[in-house]
Each structure stands twice: as C-alpha cells, then as structure tokens.
Design a protein around this ligand. Sequence first.
Ligand code: GDP
Ligand code: ZN
Length: 459
Amino acid sequence: MDYDTIAAISTPVGEGAISIVRLSGPDAISAADRLFQGSKSLSEVHSHTIHYGKIVDPQEGQSVEEVMVSVMRKPKTFTREDVVEINCHGGLTSVHRVLELVLDQNVRLAEPGEFTKRAFLNGRIDLSQAEAVMDLIRAKTDQAMNVAMSQMEGKLSILIRKLRDRLLEILAAVEVNIDYPEYDDAEVMTNNILHEKASEVRQQIDRILSTARQGKILREGLSTVIVGRPNVGKSSLLNQLVHESKAIVTNVPGTTRDVIEEYVNVRGVPLKLIDTAGIRETDDIVEKIGVTRSKELLQSAELILLLVNGNEKLTDEDRRLFQLIGKTPAIILLNKADLPLEASIDEVAQLAGERPVLKTSMINEKGLDELEKAIASLFFSQDVSTGAEAYVSNTRHIALLKQARSAINDALEAADQGLPVDMTQIDIKRTWDLLGEIVGDTVSDRLINELFSKFCLGK
Ligand code: GDP
Ligand code: ZN
C-alpha cells in the first residue's frame, strides 16, 4: 500500500542534546534532498548511510542548521517505507524551523503514533510489538524497558501464536469428528482431544497471566509509601534508598500537586516511591494532606514502609498508623537502632502481626540490606518462576488473556456436560479470536486507530 509522506520531531529514547526530524514515505528522500546541502545529493547515496551537511531554506538560500542526515531506503526500515532522519544539534527553535521547511515540501505532519502505525500496517511489527514501542517510550525503569523490549522482539507474540495454532489443531480435530461421526468412538475421541489439548492451552494462558503482576510492577514500579511520625527518619530512609539505588530513572510530578513520584531500583524491583511534597516541609503526611487523603494514599499503595522511632515510647499516632495500613503489604522499621531502645518490642511485634519488623539505623546504615531483601522477597515470593520467557504487562493484553481463559473454560465445561460439539467449537473459536486481538490479527480498524492515537508524537 502507498501512503503519503509524513514527518515529525522524534526525540530518541533516553533523549539527549540531539533532536531528530523523521520523515517516512515515498517522497521522504526527495523532500529532504531539496533542503539538504552536502557533498552528495541524498537521492544518490547508499541506503543506511549518514551524511553531514546543512539544511538550507530554499526560498531565502539561508543556512538554517548543521545536520547529520540518515537515509534508509525501504523495505529494511522501521516503517518499511523510505525513511530519512535529520539529526539537529541546535536548540528547539532550529529543530522546529527544520520541521517547518520539511512540511513545506508537500510533506504532512504525522499524527501521534503514525510511524508505528505504518510499521504495523505494512506488516513490519504486530500489534503487541507496536504497543511495546509505546511502553518503551514511557518506561520508567531498566526492567520496564526490558519487558517492553522483549515484547517488541515478539516474545509474547510467539507464545500467543503457538497457543492459537494449538487451538486451530483442536478445531480441526473436532471438525474431523463431526464430519465422520460414523467412526465408532467419535464422541469419545472428541472429548479426549478436547480435554487434553484445551486444558493444556488453559494452563499456558494461566502461566502467561501469572506473570501479569510482576509485569505490571516491572512496568510501572511497585507503588511504595513511606509513613511514620515526624522525625522518625522517613527522609533519611528515602535518601538512603535513592542513593543506594542503581538506577534513579526519573522524577515525575504525580497526578496531584502535592505528590512526587521517585523511581528507585531495589535488587531488581523497581519502586515507585510516593513521596508527598509535604514530607519535606512538615514531615508528617497525615498532618500535611489530611487523614482522608493519606488513608487513600496508603490504601492505593502496593507496599508500605512504616517507620517507628525505637528510641521513643510508642505514641497513639504510631498505633493509628499501624491501623491505617490495613491489608496492604508492609514492612515495619524500628529505626534509630543505634540509640537505646525505648519502644516496647512486644507491642511493636503485636501491632505488626505477620508483617516483618526490622531494626534499622539510618545513621549507621544498619538494616538496609535486610530491608532490600525483604522488599525483594515480597515481590518475588509469588511462587512464580522468574526469568519467565515473557512477561505480560499491558493492561489490554491482560484483559484479553483473562477473557480467553474464561472462553476456553466454557469450552471445557461444555465438553464435560456433554453439550453438542458445535457449542464447544464456538468457545474455542472465541478463544482463538481473543488471543488474535493481542497480536492484532483479529482487531477492528477502530481499535487500531484508538491505540495508535495514544502514542507520542513522532513515534
Ligand atoms: P522524618 O521527619 O521522618 O523525615 O525524619 P528525618 O529523616 O528528617 O530524620 C529526623 C532526625 O532524625 C534527623 O536529625 C536525622 O538525622 C535523625 N535520624 C534519622 N534516622 C536516624 C537513625 O537511625 N539514628 C539516629 N540516631 N538518628 C536518626
Ligand atoms: Zn523528613
């Protein structure tokens, strides 16, 4: 299929001082060539080569920007179309100037996600891989990046395709039995085949789904809240975690003004530390944002780190915080262990119940190893073999897998109840369709448009 030529500013993942104007489509090379002044004309250079030169305003003859231009001819490109990338070194204004000039060359500004959409439409990648591109753009931690990368490489797609092939085999086998019912044990065979193969598929779906929690956390970070009375050592803990952390990826302002999210990596577990801006001022999240908000914050957390000052007797406020934790997984830190113990260990243990209690000192950096171990074991204890071949982390994929699971379940139940075989067939076909939606084999145009419009511009 032939599309028009599109362009957008596309800042590379990991960004830097360089901004890229990317063009894709049949006129990408000729359009860029009209603006480019270098030792060679871009239409004569080899594919997948990069060239130094200048972008010149063709009207005024004035040089706008020093650039490196990559020329990539189809089909070995991301979009499977001719692609040109103009690497600009100057600031934002000059990049925009270059884009404007490009857009004067009968080139259209790309819609959000349109490059990736073309890669999908031209058969270069499947839908789950396209979504991985989007995840990659948003990835906040190295691990999240890895999940997205392996998805982009198609690991999830391979698994899903295998399952779909299995389902087709089942359908074919059932079909044979329907067509030749005169075979003696057609009925028995149908049930046997169904049972063995369909439960196998169900098991596989379960296996993929079992990585969902980890997948989501790897992608988004385990949302973690540090609480405790003023002066128990919350900020000190935060600093320790941030400094020890191998990868502080980014500081992102949260959805509300008073909450800051900080990403740290604890033994491979990405924590999204939810820090209230107020913590730094008044040191008391309850006081600063109110009981209701902090209750909500604690309830939405996936992990709570509750600090108690071991050097003081417990107060009612400490006890109240224990209550606020509710059912959320939590680790209790009896801090200031370098000072004489004043808090009642028995009461802390009783309030903590099943939750681990660790003695820590932020001053002597004691107990931090144990804390990291406790966090890692909370995360990895879910009885899931890690190093899974593919994590599923995308919400849409998880929803589809769950629907597929219940469809295959319906098939198994129908077979068990001895319902007519065509009922079972319908359920298996439905499972096949649902799995197909993950990789984009069976999706509607509307869904495709919706998905791609969520992409960042320039991807
Ligand atoms: P926050 O109000 O809970 O954030 O507590 P901070 O981290 O700001 O610490 C309050 C005070 O306690 C500071 O002077 C820290 O140096 C001190 N502090 C924090 N942790 C420890 C610890 O483990 N031992 C001792 N002796 N002092 C600590
Ligand atoms: Zn503080």
